[in-house]
Design a protein. Structure first.
Length: 322
């Protein structure tokens, strides 16, 4: 209705609608031009929309350029809807029956050549192997084969999307990685090592340097520190877990020595202080000089009102004694 209103206001003709007929009144050249536009409008009004459901993994096949090419080849209007949790992804084509059929054929060609899909079930261990460290393995598969890899962890499923001839190559690389991961998993054990809470920081190290060194030196796959539970969970081969446990024990022993050293040193110093204090008293007592009685006669001044007595000669005293 909106398109018809725009046509009526811009065609430079008088447009009359009666029953199922439209009459155009005006100059011949204006009427001829209006007839062409009206024909296009009526054609467009007869168009319907067809929805072609695709998998979410196939969305990347329908780039902006791919959609434009479909429109050029079919004459239809093409739109991509990525879908939602409650709605499938789909390609919508709008046009007459011939246009829609041509567009549908183009969509099928893209799906067959660029959007071939194959899925396999994978274990938890295999999921980690397919993703790789920081996504390294997934990138390797995509770079070598041109296929995209989508992993559904909830349903343990890996889906490969790409050219029909390339998907088997991607599967081959993935299956080799899965096989290796399952061999490792068969030889993997989990061990818990108790660590007192006060030593958790020492096991982690500044910025995780210590725990990372334990992992590197022992060869374990994982070392999860659970400070609230006061333990470290080791995961890897039996030999690697044993090496990691010894490294942790060595760190705990060193930390224990550091904790007891200050107390022992304090006790030693206190003992030394007591030993030094006792001999010094005895030595002081030995070295103290014997106080001698001074028999020197002092000449004190006479008290007021009394004459000062003269000291008798020593000889006179001796005779008096006789």
């Amino acid at each position: 209705a909106l398109d018809f209103a725009v046509f009526r206001d811009s065609c430079n003709c008088t447009v009359q609608r009666k029953d199922n007929a439209i009459t155009l009144i005006g100059k011949k050249e204006d009427v001829d031009a209006a007839k062409v536009k009206l024909g296009e409008l009526l054609e467009k009004a007869s168009h319907t929309t067809q929805k072609i459901v695709i998998m979410r993994e196939q969305i990347k096949c329908f780039t902006e350029l791919a959609l434009v090419n479909i429109e050029k080849k079919s004459g239809a209007t093409v739109n991509l809807y990525r879908g939602s949790p409650t709605r499938d992804a789909q390609v919508e084509v709008t046009g007459n029956d011939a246009q829609k059929k041509a567009a549908e054929e183009e969509v099928k060609k893209i799906l067959e050549t660029e959007g071939h899909v194959e899925s396999i079930e994978v274990s938890d261990a295999a999921i980690g192997a397919l993703i790789g460290k920081a996504g390294a393995k997934a990138r390797e598969i995509e770079e070598k084969t041109g296929c995209s890899l989508n992993i559904d962890k909830k349903n343990n499923k890996a889906t490969f999307v790409g050219k029909k001839e390339n998907v088997p190559k991607a599967l081959k690389i993935a299956k080799a990685a899965i096989e290796q991961a399952e061999k490792v998993a068969a030889n993997t054990t989990t061990k818990e090592v108790a660590v007192p809470k006060e030593y958790i920081r020492a096991i982690i190290g500044r910025g995780g340097v210590t725990i990372n060194k334990i992992k590197a030196d022992s060869g374990i796959e994982r070392a999860d520190v659970r400070d609230q539970q006061e333990k470290v969970i080791l995961k890897g081969s039996a030999e690697a877990c044993e090496r990691a446990e010894k490294l942790i024990a060595d760190i705990l022993a060193d930390e224990g020595k550091k904790a007891t050293a200050p107390a022992a040193e304090g006790e030693t110093k206190a003992a030394e202080k007591r030993e030094d204090k006792s001999p010094k008293k005895a030595e002081g007592a030995k070295k103290a000089p014997k106080k001698e009685v001074d028999t020197t006669t002092f000449d004190f001044p006479a008290l007021p009102g009394k004459k000062k007595e003269e000291a008798k000669p020593a000889e006179a005293e001796e005779k008096a004694d006789e």
